[in-house]
Design a protein around this ligand. Structure first.
Ligand code: CP
Length: 307
């Protein structure tokens, strides 16, 4: 099977084979970042535009580094000083930048569906860097890559995703990705933050973190997104942390058999205690490292092979 897509909007629409293509291409790019000269000419002459309408550290930086390591030119669009602040729409903004002959937009937006809308209005590639509560496909791809690197496989691995599943684009993309590659996925969190329909796609639900982690190879902690809690779903952060966070006591019970992942940014002291984030079982910085190889692969597949 060959990669044929112009865009990457979500993992829901990808076939498992397409996910495997991305993971394999990422594997071939991984060592570029360890060389003394961290550059290959695969995207020479291409222009990649970062269109970030929401804050980001990891995704924005690693897309920029990935593009530069493939020798592309990168433009990081500054929304606050652009005509967006005068009311220009995202589609007009994208069409005007495309008129300057760019090859790819990397889009992050607080509205679910914004990258899809842009992709329907431009002919260059669009990659979703996180849209509202919808998807964050490259985060899930780097998570899949990290699990495969650690365990040598994804099929049969037991992963528990803990936290606010309802509002999490990271959870949604990871659920699609891990299910498609036949992992055993459980979600755990406060009942109002777990959508019941999720069981229909074969995901298990538990509200008890101790039972979730007891039966896991990976505990994937989500950031508690205070900015997306529009209703009072949680009694208090202290209670959330007590019921669903990993502290030293919980860590001691699982340290010999479970790895901890988190997409970042971490709320230290809420979903994860600082001491736990630094332990040997934490794959958190390995996830960040792998983000470069995954984003190199996605850029290469979507724009690298066009003449
Ligand atoms: N994981 C993630 O998307 O982090 P940033 O918001 O820093 O990009």
């Amino acid at each position: 099977m060959e990669w044929k897509r112009k865009d990457l909007i979500g993992l829901e629409e990808l076939e498992s084979k397409e996910i495997e293509i991305i993971l394999n291409v990422a594997d071939s790019f991984k060592d570029v970042s360890s060389r003394s000269v961290k550059k290959v000419p695969a995207l020479r002459g291409k222009t990649v535009v970062n269109l970030f309408f929401e804050p980001s550290t990891r995704t924005r930086t690693s897309f920029e580094l990935a593009a530069k390591r493939l020798s592309a030119d990168v433009l990081s669009f500054d929304v606050s000083s652009s005509s967006v602040s005068k009311g220009e729409t995202i589609v007009d903004t994208a069409k005007n930048i495309e008129a300057m002959k760019v090859d790819c937009f990397i889009v992050r937006h607080s509205i679910s569906g914004a990258p899809l809308i842009i992709s329907k209005n431009v002919s260059c590639s669009v990659i979703n860097a996180g849209d509202g509560c919808h998807e964050h496909p490259t985060q899930a791809l780097l998570d899949l890559f990290t699990v495969k690197e650690k365990f040598g496989k994804i099929k049969g691995i037991r992963i528990s995703i803990i936290g606010d599943i309802l509002h999490s684009r990271v959870a949604r993309s990871n659920i699609w990705g891990f299910k498609k590659l036949k992992a055993d996925v459980t979600v755990c969190g406060p009942p109002p933050l777990i959508p019941k329909e999720i069981e229909k796609i074969g995901v298990k639900i538990t509200f008890n973190i101790d039972s979730a982690i007891e039966n896991s190879d990976i505990v994937y902690l989500l950031r508690l997104q205070k900015e997306r809690q529009k209703e009072n779903f949680l009694p208090s952060l202290k209670e959330y942390s007590f019921l669903y966070g990993i502290d030293e006591e919980r860590y001691e019970k699982i340290k010999s058999k479970v790895f901890i992942m988190h997409p970042g940014p971490m709320n230290r002291g809420i979903e994860i205690k600082s001491e736990v984030a630094e332990k040997n079982n934490s794959l958190i910085l390995q996830q960040v490292t792998n983000g470069i190889a995954i984003r190199m692969a996605v850029l290469y597949l979507t724009i690298g092979r066009k003449i």
